[in-house]
Design a protein around this ligand. Structure first.
Ligand SMILES: Cc1cc2nc3c(=O)[nH]c(=O)nc-3n(C[C@H](O)[C@H](O)[C@H](O)COP(=O)(O)O)c2cc1C
Length: 337
């Protein structure tokens, strides 16, 4: 590849803009190496989940209160008898990934409560993470909690973490903030170095036969990332932090749209789970081929050229296009027969 695909993300100089996002693929050294061999410029680890640690702590406290004692329980509950085992195995996997890969490894923390997370962030930094991604998968289900309180929780977490780690921090956000631009600016002012748009919330589904509510996990499709693309385009130039695109990026075209809107890197997950590491190579060579044909010399030059601030039709990112789009819809009555 002769074109310059380098991109700066979270202060890291990456060789290209294609980074596998958090997924089970980083649980295996073989898969992680295969992603690196296919050209990944960095990798985000699966998340260390707050619930898992809390469950372990609860279980351990329970076991220690039993008359049978901890040592006997240990024999039949080896995985859960040590309160630190979830954290320990995560730190161990981080160290192993760092040893076997040349590319930066971004650790991921999932949690919203302050307790422990700042300490966990410090341990991840010590174990060699090149950056931290906060996966803030939190559904604001309690009507008593205001949007302001919610935002404050995130900001306190960033501010506390910033106080103890010097490595770059990025926040994987949901699209469900009332004023996303304002919130991203606050994150930046509090010390975050980047945002990743958007976290995919897995929705519960209802089974009408069993009358149960069940979780459902569907992988994304190519083109599912238009909401993120819009926000990247709106935020580029208005905020100074790094931006990653995640969700619905399966092809070079999907990735290029995100970069043109303003992303610094593009994350792949579903595409890799579906097709394996070779899809990363395909996306990468597609980006390089497009850039070679384009009037641009480097990837840095294309980042954000179609952001709202630069496009000839800024209204396309906002409401104006809504009316135009609805008015332009042609009903095809012949298909009704
Ligand atoms: C099986 C699976 C596991 C995932 N695990 C994590 C995780 O541990 N932490 C996280 O932040 N995101 C996780 N994600 C979300 C992905 O990193 C990604 O943001 C999301 O799937 C949207 O990207 P995609 O359309 O390319 O799949 C997971 C997604 C899938 C499908």
């Amino acid at each position: 590849m002769s074109v310059d695909l380098r991109t700066r993300y979270l202060g890291l100089e990456l060789k290209n803009p294609v980074v596998p996002s958090a997924s089970p693929l980083s649980r295996s050294l073989d898969s992680a190496r295969a992603l690196e061999d296919a050209g990944a410029s960095a990798i985000v680890m699966y998340s260390l989940f707050e619930e898992e640690l809390n469950e372990q702590l609860k279980q351990s406290a329970f076991l220690q209160q039993q008359e049978v004692g901890y040592s006997e329980a240990e024999t039949f509950l080896p995985l859960h008898s040590d309160p630190g085992s979830g954290l320990d195995s995560y730190l161990e996997q981080l160290r192993r990934l760092k040893e076997s890969l040349q590319i930066p490894v971004i650790a991921s923390l999932n949690g919203i409560s302050l307790d422990g997370w700042v300490e966990n962030g410090r341990l991840l930094a010590e174990a060699g993470a090149d950056a931290l991604e906060l996966n803030t998968y939190y559904v604001a289900a309690d009507p008593a909690v205001s949007a302001d309180e919610m935002e404050q929780r995130y900001l306190s977490l960033i501010s506390e973490l910033r106080g103890v780690v010097s490595l770059p921090i990025t926040v994987k956000l949901s699209p469900f903030f009332s004023s996303l631009g304002n919130f991203v600016s606050k994150l930046e002012a509090t010390g975050a170095n980047g945002v990743s748009l958007f976290n995919r919330f897995y929705q519960p589904d209802i089974d009408i036969d069993s009358l149960r509510v069940a979780p459902s996990l569907h992988l994304s499709h190519s083109g599912d990332g238009l909401l993120a693309m819009r926000w990247l385009g709106l935020l580029r130039g208005r905020v100074g932090l790094s931006m990653a695109a995640t969700g619905g990026i399966h092809t070079a075209e999907d990735a290029l749209k995100m970069l043109l809107a303003g992303a610094d890197v593009t994350h792949l997950c579903s595409a890799l789970l579906l097709h394996g590491p070779k899809q990363l190579r395909t996306v990468l060579s597609g980006i390089a081929a497009w850039l070679e044909e384009s009037p641009y010399d480097s990837l840095e030059e294309i980042k954000g050229v179609l952001a709202q601030q630069h496009t000839r039709d800024p209204g396309a990112y906002e409401r104006a296009s809504y009316v135009r789009m609805l008015d332009s819809y042609k009903v095809n009555r012949t298909a009704w027969d």
